[in-house]
Write a protein that binds this ligand. Structure first.
Ligand code: PMP
Length: 459
């Protein structure tokens, strides 16, 4: 499908001279032979870089975003039509696609009711933190204002969301942080902290321990990823969510589920929390909402939460005094509406379940063959393989060797991911999250590349 014929060496030179890339140590580009990667074109699961190299993208745009795949002309068309008609209006006014997308989204989220638009996952999460703080001020005398977060989870790049980063390596150079955010233990059974039978319940009980230590009357909310993404593809064990829900109810703590990665089908259901029968008070989403065709994020709440911001109209401070300038871009919900139609009409949830099962089966087969794979985890098309130096002791694999596996796959035309960058010893989980349109051949090609890479790197 590559239609690229132009020489793009000038583009690469411009990028090298002027772009500051995300997540990059730029020293490497001082070498004449190492260039930053510039992606030029995409179709389905495949992308081409400025040097004409073709890749299978097994991570949906590096960070689990392009759920419906590249080159979707129908999304481009609805966005173009919308932009010509009415591109933007913000403040207290709405837009036509904003109304229609909210209505459609809510049909997939029983129990939820209101959609608040902004631009990024971080911002959507920070809106919740602000809502929780305002609820605390208005309904609990300012007291119930702390927000719990979980070790290894990630919720964004702003200072407040970094204050809730359970991946401390991401936060460690950016303090001081605002107060009132408290960490609870992770629930990864493979790296167990308690030797008990019902690990899920035990890990959730650890949340209760923190609540009792801090005082339940000081805690307003807890934010959790349904399946932890960047922290190592962690699927909470059986019994975990039931207990979390009970604890939230018991101590009147609002439950915020961060669906920035899992939302819009990644785990084979519309939202990750729906795998577990949870009833959240807040759900945030971003990446897959418009599959990267436009920037959009949503903070979705129940009607009960919404009502807390309109119960005293005589008080000018009672409503949610917040705005997001680009929450008024009509391109976002227009793209999101078409993105949802595609997921529905093409049966992508079902495909995700089938292809996810195939990915897991392939990874388990690789585990039989390669003793460096210590654990395989996943939900839908969101899978990880944790590499270890020693299966018996579970000693983490040296991050450079994990990076070598990723680099080998890249060199051979398959882009995969790895989690937990920057802390030696934790940089150890290979991560797969291809677009939800992946076929059996795609999945086999991806896991085949990992097989070859593991053989080349570890023998
Ligand atoms: N929450 C989760 C679970 C994420 O993985 C991310 C981004 N990787 C975010 C929030 C932040 O999203 P954004 O980068 O759009 O601000």
């Amino acid at each position: 499908m590559n239609t690229m014929t132009n020489d793009l060496s000038g583009v690469i030179a411009a990028d090298k001279a002027h772009v500051w890339h995300h997540l990059s140590q730029h020293k490497q580009y001082e070498s004449e032979t190492v260039d930053p990667r510039v992606i030029v074109e995409g179709k389905g699961l495949r992308v081409w870089d400025a040097k004409g190299k073709e890749y299978i993208d097994a991570v949906s745009g590096a960070v689990w975003t392009v759920n419906v795949g590249y080159g979707r002309e129908s999304i481009a068309k609805v966005v173009a039509d919308q932009l010509i008609k009415m591109n933007y209006f913000a403040g207290a006014a709405g837009t036509v696609p904003g109304a229609l997308f909210a209505e459609k989204l809510i049909t997939k989220m029983p129990g939820m009711s209101r959609v608040y638009y902004s631009n990024s996952g971080s911002e959507a999460n920070e809106k919740v933190y602000k809502m929780v703080r305002q609820i605390s001020h208005r309904h609990h005398g300012g007291k119930k204002n702390k927000i719990l977060y979980r070790e290894r989870d990630y919720h964004g790049t702003t200072i407040a969301t970094l204050a809730t980063s359970g991946q401390k390596e991401r936060a460690m150079q950016y303090g001081p942080f605002p107060e009132g955010f408290v960490m609870v233990p992770h629930c990864l059974e493979y790296r167990k902290q308690w030797d008990v039978e019902n690990y899920g319940e035990r890990a959730a009980d650890a949340i209760e321990e923190v609540i009792l230590r801090e005082g339940a009357d000081t805690i307003g909310a807890i934010v959790l990823e349904p399946v932890t993404a960047g922290g190592g593809v962690i699927v909470p064990p059986k019994g975990y969510w039931e207990r979390v829900q009970e604890i939230c109810k018991k101590y009147e703590i609002l439950l915020h589920i961060d669906e920035v990665v899992c939302g819009l089908g990644r785990t084979g259901v519309w939202f990750g929390y729906q795998n577990y029968g949870i009833k959240p008070d807040f759900v945030t989403m971003a990446k897959g909402v418009a599959s990267g065709y436009a920037a959009i994020s949503c903070t979705v709440t129940t009607e009960a939460v919404f009502n807390m911001f309109k119960d005293d109209a005589s008080d000018p401070l009672s409503y949610f005094r917040d705005i997001s300038t680009f929450g008024g871009c009509a391109s976002g919900p227009a793209a999101a509406l078409e993105n949802m139609r595609i997921i529905e009409d093409e049966g992508l949830l079902d495909n995700t379940l089938k292809m996810g099962a195939r990915t897991m089966a392939n990874l388990h087969a690789l585990m039989e063959k390669h003793k460096v794979i210590g654990d395989v985890r996943g939900a839908g098309l969101f899978c990880g393989a944790e590499l270890v130096a020693d299966r018996a002791t579970k000693e983490p694999m040296d991050e450079k060797r994990v990076a070598a596996v990723v680099a080998d796959c890249n060199a051979n035309g398959v882009i995969i991911g790895m989690t937990n960058r920057s802390i030696p010893g934790l940089n150890n989980t290979l991560c797969l999250s291809p677009a939800l349109i992946a076929t059996a051949d795609d999945i086999d090609a991806i896991t085949g590349a990992i097989d070859n890479a593991l053989t080349r790197v570890f023998g």
